[in-house]
Write a protein that binds this ligand. Structure first.
Ligand code: ADP
Ligand code: MG
Length: 722
């Protein structure tokens, strides 16, 4: 790894700017790949311009003015032999005014629009043309950059790095295509046990940043270009390159790098998994009393699916290594009781358990449920949240520290510095995607030796995601709902039919059931969200004088929230106006109707979660998605998914396709970087191949694996969920 500051031709400010982009080594600079490309290899004459197409035009400025109506703008007209093109700038600098002086020769690049006076470009890039100005010979890459670092300088820096690489000893196979001569029919390994001969590791210089890291057999089924050829082609694609393929990252060069990236992720994940096997954890015995006592006290029997996952967890807990298991189950599938069984096994073996939930409402609900289930078994439970009085919290922390609290339930407050466990054996994290990596890590560090970890999620994780970002976790799935649930009827209703909907709310509530009214999500402003919630609450009180109406939103004090939820749980209020704070976990079986306003603004998984708040009891339940008229095509497509499907996995897959993986990874909280090149929808084959070959690489070529991880490092380890 060569540090950038060692390259003499790089100025200090350049290095500083590259550092801002997270680039510290030649390797990283070479892997700083274009966002997109522009084609400046030829000129288009004005006559041949087409609306919507990015084009390059060369001509002379024949007119320039600054106008003030309807708003300030700099407008110029560029003329070539075939006609005139308007250039429009809505904000501009003095330097641009002088560049656009009448008589100047310019080359402009931008997307063509049809304007008031014929063709125009808004904010085109402009270049003065002199005698010697040449036309680009390759497509021009456009890179992600920071203020202060121009595309031109970044391009130059990368070109320097590509050249520097040439002075290192040449990579073993140079630019040659790797792999077999004739095209293989199947672009993957036929079977994990039938991998191609991987061949020898190439004897490459460790320093050469363009050298291959892995034996070439790895790439054999794909006929990929070499690493160095790929980088060169992506940084400087020839004029006849497949522009669309480049933009969609489907060219062999992009695919080669996507595969390398996925491999790095898999390799790194396996190493994490292996690390876990080498760490000590408390080894629990099978529960002899508590679990069966709990099961006997329940008014229901476990479903087959619950039994199956309970056994998986129970076995993990008897191992001397920390469990890291993700328990997936659709809303209402009954994850809580399974978690409770795990807790009892830990407690019976003499270890404390922490149960952490993302919201106070949810934590409170768990607390109540656990008190109901576990107090008869003489289990002592502590309660810890941020909103407690200091006195209560100190008391809780005392019994957590002295070990008399066997189960501790709470919110984020649980992993704070001051909280000390006497003997933490198991950490259970509900709705794990709501927590960041660091928060989960902090909780894990509260035990010595490392506690077992059970993570739960009702947001089903699409297969490709669990194969990549979650590959270092073991996964259990509850794929069956408890019997006796009535399916939820989902209806899509236009907002103009609001009156009918109000009537339905009235009917449901007067017949002894309860209803939720979910206010629209207003992402841009929490204040506005609050206003909407308060307005809706007032409207509903006005509309239904005969009903008791509650209101719950994110800005309420936790005690207030709890009081509102308790009143709704107890049936004291019949209609609950809510923001999306009720999205996760809230369990009020008597609620049978949910109305969601502006459903088109919400994510599919979020809608599915919300909908899961009803249909939890015996009454026939309905979820009404109110939408504003004039739905866009995509909004319609999305709502159709939720309307047609009640299968959380199918919905999650659709959501992944529509919105990318951010939803599932909790990146907003954790900052886990995404795969930059590979795409889990597009590159499923590559992912499968990487998964199939990773173990064998680690076993047979450990030093090559190290080299590969080092190349993709800096990021490689961050590609992993902890
Ligand atoms: P989730 O998986 O969404 O967290 P919960 O654990 O809250 O679901 O369970 C939903 C409801 O179903 C709870 O009221 C719970 O007591 C009940 N429940 C759980 N398991 C069963 C079962 N096997 N039979 C009947 N009801 C069950
Ligand atoms: Mg739950």
């Amino acid at each position: 790894m060569t540090n950038l500051s060692e390259i003499k031709t790089f100025s200090k400010p350049l290095v500083a700017n590259l550092n801002k982009l997270g680039i510290h080594t030649i390797q990283a600079l070479l892997l700083h790949l274009p966002l997109r490309y522009i084609d400046e290899t030829h000129m288009t004459s004005v006559r041949d311009l087409r609306v919507g197409e990015p084009s390059q035009v060369e001509g002379e400025i024949v007119h320039t003015e600054v106008t003030y109506k309807p708003r300030k703008a700099l407008i110029a007209r560029l003329e070539d032999a075939s006609g005139q093109l308007t250039l429009r700038f809505l904000h501009f600098y003095p330097s641009q005014i002088s560049m656009l002086k009448v008589g100047n020769k310019l080359r402009v690049y931008g997307e063509v629009r049809s304007g008031f006076f014929g063709y125009e470009m808004v904010h085109p890039t402009c270049k003065a043309v002199g005698e010697k100005t040449t036309v680009a010979e390759t497509l021009t890459p456009v890179y992600p950059t920071v203020a202060g670092l121009t595309q031109g300088n970044l391009r130059k820096a990368i070109a320097t790095a590509l050249n520097l690489s040439n002075i290192f000893p040449p990579p073993g196979r140079g630019r040659a295509r790797v792999g077999v001569e004739s095209r293989v029919s199947q672009n993957s390994y036929p079977h994990p046990n039938l991998l191609p001969e991987m061949g020898k590791e190439l004897d490459t210089s460790k320093q050469n940043p363009l050298a291959e890291t892995l034996p070439m057999g790895v790439y054999q089924p794909f006929q990929f270009p070499s690493f160095s050829a790929s980088l060169k082609a992506l940084h400087n694609p020839p004029p006849d390159a497949d522009l669309q393929g480049l933009e969609e990252k489907t060219t062999p060069e992009w695919q080669r790098l996507a595969f390398d990236e996925l491999l790095a992720q898999q390799l790194s994940m396996r190493k994490h998994y292996a690390r876990r096997r080498s760490v000590d954890a408390p080894q629990f015995k099978q529960s002899k009393q508590l679990v069966s006592a709990l099961l006997k006290s329940l008014p229901f029997a476990l479903t087959q699916a619950q039994q199956k996952v309970a056994v998986e967890i129970q076995n993990d807990l008897t191992q001397p290594h920390p469990m890291q298991r993700l328990l997936q189950g659709d809303v209402g599938s009954g994850k809580t009781i399974v978690a409770c069984m795990a807790a009892l096994q830990s407690i019976e073996s003499g270890w404390q358990v922490a149960l952490m939930a993302p919201t106070e409402i949810l934590a409170e609900q768990h607390f109540r449920k656990m008190i109901g289930w576990l107090t008869p078994l003489n289990i002592k439970i502590a309660w810890l949240t941020g909103s407690q009085s200091k006195k209560d919290r100190d008391a809780a922390m005392q019994i957590i520290a002295d070990g008399s609290a066997q189960l501790v339930i709470g919110t984020h407050a649980l992993f704070q510095e001051a909280v000390r466990f006497k003997k933490l054996g198991l950490a259970i994290i509900d709705e794990q995607h709501r927590f960041g990596v660091h928060q989960r890590l902090a909780l894990r560090q509260k035990g010595q030796p490392e506690p077992h970890q059970l993570m739960m999620t009702a947001t089903p994780i699409p297969r490709t995601l669990s194969m990549s970002y979650y590959a270092d976790l073991d996964v259990s799935v509850i794929d069956e709902l408890p019997p006796g649930r009535t399916p939820i009827a989902t209806k899509l209703v236009s907002d103009v039919r609001r009156d009918e909907i109000l009537q339905r709310v009235r009917e449901a509530c007067t017949q002894g059931n309860q209803a939720y009214w979910v206010c629209p999500l207003i992402e841009e402003s929490e204040a506005l969200q609050l206003v909407t919630a308060n307005d809706t609450y007032a409207l509903m009180q006005n509309e239904f004088p005969e009903l008791r109406v509650g209101l719950v939103h994110g800005r309420m004090k936790p005690v207030e929230k709890q009081a509102v939820m308790a009143a709704f749980s107890a049936g004291e209020t019949q209609l609950l106006v809510a923001t999306t704070v009720i999205e996760v976990g809230v369990d009020v079986p008597n609620a049978s109707l949910m109305v969601i306003e502006h459903a088109e603004r919400m994510g599919l998984s979020q809608l599915h979660q919300l909908r899961g708040r009803v249909g939890r009891g015996a009454a026939k339940s309905a979820c009404i998605l109110l939408y504003q008229n004039k739905l866009s095509e995509t909004a319609r497509a999305r709502l159709k998914v939720i309307y047609e499907s009640s299968d959380g996995f199918a919905i999650a897959q659709a959501d992944l396709n529509l919105r990318g993986p951010g939803e599932y990874l909790g990146t907003r909280q954790s900052g886990v970087p995404m795969l930059k090149i590979a795409d889990l929808n597009r590159d499923v084959e590559l992912l499968n191949a990487a998964k199939n070959i990773a173990d064998r690489l680690i076993k047979e070529h450990p030093s090559a694996v190290e080299k590969h991880l080092e190349r993709w490092m800096g990021r490689a380890d961050e590609l992993v969920k902890v």
